[in-house]
Design a protein around this ligand. Structure first.
Ligand SMILES: [Zn+2]
Length: 360
């Protein structure tokens, strides 16, 4: 499908060439936009639990290239989401619990910060609180992942254009009595407290605070994740230089911790609908790279048997925590072939910067 659309788009270029133009058609369309989707705790089994529950289909199947990423942190075989997020966002191994810094607490620039400094629009959409480990790794630099108020303050000072998730209390009910929502409004942000308010924003900067802390799990949360991804893309794409968007399906991990395969499958399918929103845009755009991966696997999940006609499955789990196994990487669009083979989670940053044409 992607190939078909690409050749269709080239047709006018080829015709133009026949009329004597000397400009060669673009052989490798350059990467203008990157959408990085992280399924927290999404190992291969979690992905296949979604596939099974959905009776044998996922939007993820549209990926053109697949790889594997190792996940260990600087001090643990089993990473947590802070060190895992930091490795993906900043390209360095740090200790579990640390965000956007090396093990000796030296701040390291994130993929989102590089993109913003390069003149691109940037955004994040998550189901957890915006100050939680994975999103925090992209906009903050702190020694401890529990420093929610400090992370919110750093987010409010960052160059981010669109941030949608939970964690309202860390912006508005702070021990230092600052109201970060007010200060972001003063900087020109639209502030939305519901999906209706999110959907009403057409352009500019958007802070969506949809819950005091984390949002509810699917289906109580509704279509917040895929709808917010579509909205974020719509707003960020107004910057013709390009954009960077990070999306997290935050609670696939919670289903793994709870050893609850229905919880895992529901969250996996919600995340897959967000992947679909990204792929639908990328397919039409032609200059958008979509990368889907995880920070680690959670639960040591096994599917012992299943039925693709009824969507039922029997599962077992080996732990209530994280495991150290590599996670799958799925890629689509220009540069997707870069994400094949077995590589380390610190390799995402240099690969993405190179494709954008950003010199670190
Ligand atoms: Zn976890």
């Amino acid at each position: 499908m992607y190939q078909k659309i690409k050749s269709f788009l080239y047709l006018p270029v080829i015709l133009f060439l026949f009329w004597g133009c000397t400009t060669a058609p673009e052989k490798d369309p350059h990467v203008r936009n990157v959408i990085l989707l992280i399924g927290d705790g999404m190992g291969l089994t979690q992905m296949y639990a979604g596939y099974t529950a959905n009776k044998g289909s996922l939007a993820l199947e549209r990926s053109q290239y697949v790889g594997l990423a190792t996940t260990f942190s600087a001090n643990r075989y089993n990473t947590d989401s802070a060190a895992g997020g930091t490795a993906i966002a900043c390209g360095v191994k740090t200790n579990n619990g640390m965000l956007g810094v090396t093990p000796d607490t030296i701040p390291v620039k994130s993929m989102l910060e590089y993109a913003a400094d390069f003149g691109l629009s940037t955004g994040m959409v998550v189901t957890c609180e915006l100050t939680h480990a994975t999103p925090a790794a992209f906009v903050s630099h702190v020694g401890k992942r529990t420093e929610n108020e400090k992370i919110a303050l750093q987010l409010s000072h960052s160059k981010i254009n669109v941030a949608i998730g939970g964690g309202r209390k860390y912006f508005e009910e702070r021990t230092d009595a600052k109201n970060l929502t007010d200060s972001m409004r003063a900087k020109g942000f639209h502030v939305a407290y519901s999906m209706d308010e999110v959907k009403a924003v057409q352009e500019g900067n958007l802070l969506g605070l949809l819950a005091d802390v984390a949002q509810e799990r699917y289906p109580a949360r509704g279509e917040m994740l895929p709808e917010s991804v579509a909205k974020a893309i719509n707003i960020l794409n107004k910057n013709k230089k390009g954009f960077f968007l990070m999306v997290e399906g935050s609670f696939i991990d919670s289903g793994g911790h709870a050893n609850d395969h229905e919880f895992v499958a529901n969250e996996m399918l919600d995340f897959d609908r967000a992947v679909k929103a990204a792929l639908d845009f990328a397919e039409l755009d032609g200059h958008t790279l979509v990368i889907v991966t995880a920070d680690h696997e959670t639960g040591g999940m096994t599917i012992n048997s299943g039925d693709l006609e009824t969507g039922s499955m029997a599962t077992s789990f080996s732990t209530k925590g994280h495991t150290g196994v590599p996670v799958p990487v799925y890629a689509f669009g220009p540069g997707a072939e870069t994400f094949t083979g077995i590589f380390d989670n610190t390799d995402f940053l240099p690969k993405v910067l190179k494709l954008y044409g950003i010199n670190p």
